[in-house]
Write a protein that binds this ligand. Structure first.
Ligand code: PLP
Length: 375
């Protein structure tokens, strides 16, 4: 199989799987228990927190484990709105966020919040100025993703963070950094809330983390209960998943500059290879090293995905979360119909090779030559 869909989820490296299995079988103590296996596990959880916090470059006591990126996004949004409940009920976000943010906002509208959805240009670009201009005296929250999961566009979160206090010093800034782990430092990014997810970097599914910065005072607990995660997110810790998250982060951190260089070169290689196919053009401004969005103009993306799948090549038609429905991100770009219908996403990881890209490019070329385009 050729797997070119790391933005959907990443394979779990053997060392991570072994770590998870060891914890499950040999170290199953509950971190809240007051005897040796419990106390040992409590210490371990804090050590793993330090490792994951190092990947975000944030203080460990400001990082809270969650079950996934979606949970982190929902918690961040609710925490910001709770803190600013006396300021107002206005939220600024973008039309190209992941549904973890957009669906949460939909519910909030039903609860009486007003949401401004910023529209991108045809490349998916959203400027800091666009965001800052939408902020009002009653804006409780700005939520903008760091890396778009369908286009790979990188949004100007640091610039927004720098300038937001001058526009409204109370407005909190959340960023969904699920596709951006290892490309930022929480310290320099300056967002108040940052959500990440383990399974995008080789951890098991079912683990994520939320950074809650110092401007978020006394965040409302997501899950009140037994006091875990400093009382903010109760529930017995998912120790094996947390261990897997830390191991995956450790592995990636160990090779970070080299991996980033490889991924950047690989994306450039893929773009050059694919751009040689007639009717194929890049989509989006790009920026992230691991995501490449292109359109085979006139050839419906779901047919491409199915054809490549039948040859053992996994790519995605937009986001895996949309499961065949037209993507809201591609719609927001307002591309010509034939371009929009042909958008596919290739995404890479540390193990992706040029040979895999070559095989994918050949399959795409073959699809273009042998399948009927839409009229
Ligand atoms: N945000 C972005 C940008 C994503 O790409 C994803 C997953 O695809 C999520 C949020 C949701 O993360 P999770 O699958 O961990 O809930």
């Amino acid at each position: 199989m050729i797997y070119l869909d790391y933005a959907a989820t990443a394979p779990v490296p053997r060392a991570v799987a072994e770590e998870v299995q060891t914890i499950l079988q040999n170290h199953y103590g509950n971190p809240s228990s007051q005897y040796a296996p419990g106390l040992e596990m409590k210490k371990n959880v804090e050590a793993w927190r330090q490792t994951v916090a190092a990947a975000l470059d944030c203080p460990p006591d400001r990082l809270f484990f969650t079950s996934c990126g979606t949970e982190g996004d929902n918690w961040a949004i609710r925490a910001a709105l709770w803190q600013n409940r006396h300021l107002g009920r206005h939220i600024v976000t973008t039309a190209v966020e992941h549904s973890a943010v957009l669906e949460c906002c939909k519910w909030l509208v039903q609860d009486g919040y007003e949401v401004t959805y910023l529209q991108p240009d045809a490349n998916g670009t959203i400027t800091a100025q666009q965001v800052l201009s939408a902020v009002r005296p009653d804006t409780a929250l700005v939520s903008i993703m760091l890396v778009n999961n369908e286009l790979g566009n990188v949004y100007p979160v640091a610039e927004i963070a720098q300038n937001l206090p001058a526009v409204n010093p109370k407005t909190l800034l959340h960023t969904d950094a699920v596709q951006g782990l290892f490309t930022f430092s929480a310290k320099t990014l300056g967002a108040d809330l940052i959500a990440v997810s383990g399974h995008k970097i080789g951890a098991p599914k079912g683990i994520g983390a939320l950074y809650i910065g110092p401007r978020v005072r006394n965040p409302r607990p997501l899950l009140p209960g037994g006091g875990q995660e400093n009382g903010f997110r109760a529930g017995t810790e998912a120790t094996a998943q947390i261990a897997g998250f830390a191991k995956a982060a450790e592995l990636r951190m160990a090779n970070l500059p080299e991996d980033q260089r490889r991924l950047t070169a690989l994306r450039a290689y893929a773009l050059k290879k694919l751009a040689a196919i007639p009717d194929l053009e890049p989509v989006g401004q790009g920026g992230a090293a691991h995501i490449l969005s292109v359109s085979l103009k006139g050839w419906p993306s779901q047919n491409i995905v199915n054809d490549l799948d039948s040859q053992g090549i996994c790519i995605s038609a937009g986001s895996a979360c949309h499961q065949g429905k037209p993507s809201h991100v591609i719609k927001a770009l307002r591309l010509p119909k034939k371009t929009a219908s042909g958008v596919i996403r290739l995404s890479f990881g540390p193990d992706t090779t040029e040979a895999e890209i070559d095989a994918c490019a050949a399959a795409l070329q073959n699809h273009r030559n042998t399948r009927m385009p839409m009229l």
